[in-house]
Ligand binder design. Structure first.
Ligand code: PLP
Length: 434
């Protein structure tokens, strides 16, 4: 039996695409009118004293050990040790919403939900799978993919991660993508897909034309009646190193594409703002004709996953980031550009090295033009054996994604060692092949 509050949210989402896509768990979830809701209400109206939350306070200020406070001299105890709201600190959510609009002008006047803060993008993907992916259902992703999708979709949700061969030698194999989507739509009436550009592990981003076609395929699938969830994993947003690559998130084009499409954007500070271990990501929803009440219900469902797993994200991290985003904008952007240029210079160096060995018999680079990574398809050699040889024979760390794919994070290679690393990769492959 669903809780009364869950029923209320399900009613609010009735006959909408997100309502239809909800998992059994997603339908069950609700945001309780318990401690957090009552505490938020008290914060507004408790003029004498607030005895709601389980924190220790003196003269309305949380008690904080001075050995901690002195590490962060510019911040108050409340900004460091008190609890953050379940969906995140509202100033930070507002800043991120404005950033999404600024970075994606194609959104135009399309509505989207206020972003919800999660503990990194991983949590964002996991929350969405809790809400929208059931046991036995299928989540589609590109082949190869970031390995955590399998852990979340298969090991955690007991669903099926279907990897679609959507890269060919030149870029995106649009007909393979169309066939995969229409096959799934015909079979089940639903499509759930995660699209990650710039892509991990290949380092590929669609061209402007390919992005348009991907969205057309999604729109056509929806037009034929399937309910479509598209998770846009934008972890590496903005790192484009060639001309004519789509500059905006696919989310911008999917936000208002068709009533049967729910777009969910997962993004955050992790890679975009060089804050990997700070663990701050966001989930944002958009769908044609969804109202404010629909977005509220979706946010409450999202808060329910957060409240029942991690409870809330770190207060100090959210405040640090909010202060960073509110600091001198030009200086921030200038420094980000300079860091981006470092990665681009490494990309160019790697590009030249692999282009010079275009027809290598053992190592075929997959298409790459963006992000942190590039991958080799290994021909007649095993990627794990190559990884082992590189690590133990040459002192070079790489990742064997699957039997035939070796990933190199060129973003993490100092310029001075790139030539040597790539020489080692080709040499090790040749030695393995005998
Ligand atoms: C495609 C992709 N999505 C999400 C993440 C995870 O981001 P976070 O560290 O914020 O959880 C990564 C990290 O490697 C990634 O490559």
């Amino acid at each position: 039996m669903e809780h009364e509050l869950a029923q209320e949210l399900n009613r609010a989402l009735r006959d909408t695409t997100p309502g239809t896509l909800l998992s059994v768990m997603g339908r069950r979830l609700y945001f309780p009118k318990g401690i957090i809701a009552q505490g938020a209400e008290a914060k507004q109206f408790s003029s004498l004293a607030d005895g709601t939350l389980g924190i220790a306070v003196k003269q309305k200020t949380p008690l904080m050990l001075s050995a901690l406070g002195k590490q962060l001299p510019g911040m108050s105890a409340g900004e460091i040790v008190s609890y953050a709201p379940t969906a995140g600190i509202s100033v930070l959510r507002d800043i991120w919403a404005a950033e999404i609009r600024r970075k994606n002008p194609a959104l135009g006047n399309s509505a989207f939900s206020l972003p919800v803060v999660t503990t990194g993008l991983t949590a964002g993907v996991s929350v969405l799978c809790d809400l929208f992916l059931d046991e036995g259902q299928t989540l589609m992703a590109a082949n190869p993919s970031w390995d955590n999708y399998g852990l979340v979709a298969e090991a955690r949700r007991n669903a099926h991660l279907r990897l679609v061969d959507m890269f060919d030698e030149g870029g995106i194999d649009l007909s393979a993508l169309r066939t995969a989507l229409s096959g799934e739509a015909q079979k089940t009436g639903f499509v759930r897909i995660i699209l990650n550009f710039p892509h991990n592990p290949t380092g590929y981003s669609p061209t402007v034309g390919e992005a348009k076609e991907i969205c057309r395929i999604i729109g056509d699938t929806a037009e034929k009646g399937a309910k479509v969830l598209v998770i846009c994993d934008d972890a590496y947003f903005g790192l484009r190193f060639e001309e004519n690559i789509e500059a905006q998130s696919l989310f911008a084009y999917l936000a208002d594409i068709h009533e049967n499409v729910l777009a969910a954007k997962v993004d955050g500070a992790t890679k975009e703002d060089f804050a990997w271990g700070m663990r701050c990501g966001f989930i944002t929803f958009a769908g044609k004709n969804l109202s404010g009440a629909h977005y509220d219900a979706l946010i409450k469902k999202t808060m329910a996953v957060i409240r029942s797993t991690i409870s809330c994200s770190s207060t100090v991290v959210q405040n640090l980031l909010q202060k960073m985003y509110s600091s001198d904008r030009d200086a921030l952007q200038k420094e980000k550009n300079a860091y981006r240029d470092i990665i681009e210079a490494r990309y160019k160096k790697v590009r030249a090295l692999v282009d010079a060995k275009k027809n290598h018999p053992l190592l075929q680079p997959m298409p790459f033009n963006s992000g942190y990574f590039m991958s080799f398809k290994c021909k007649n050699i095993d990627a794990e054996s190559l990884r082992q040889k590189l690590l133990h024979g040459y002192g070079v760390g790489t990742i064997a994604i699957d039997e035939r794919t070796l990933r190199v994070a060129f973003s993490a290679l100092d310029d001075e060692c790139i030539n040597e690393v790539y020489a080692a990769i080709y040499r090790a492959a040749e030695e393995l092949a005998g």
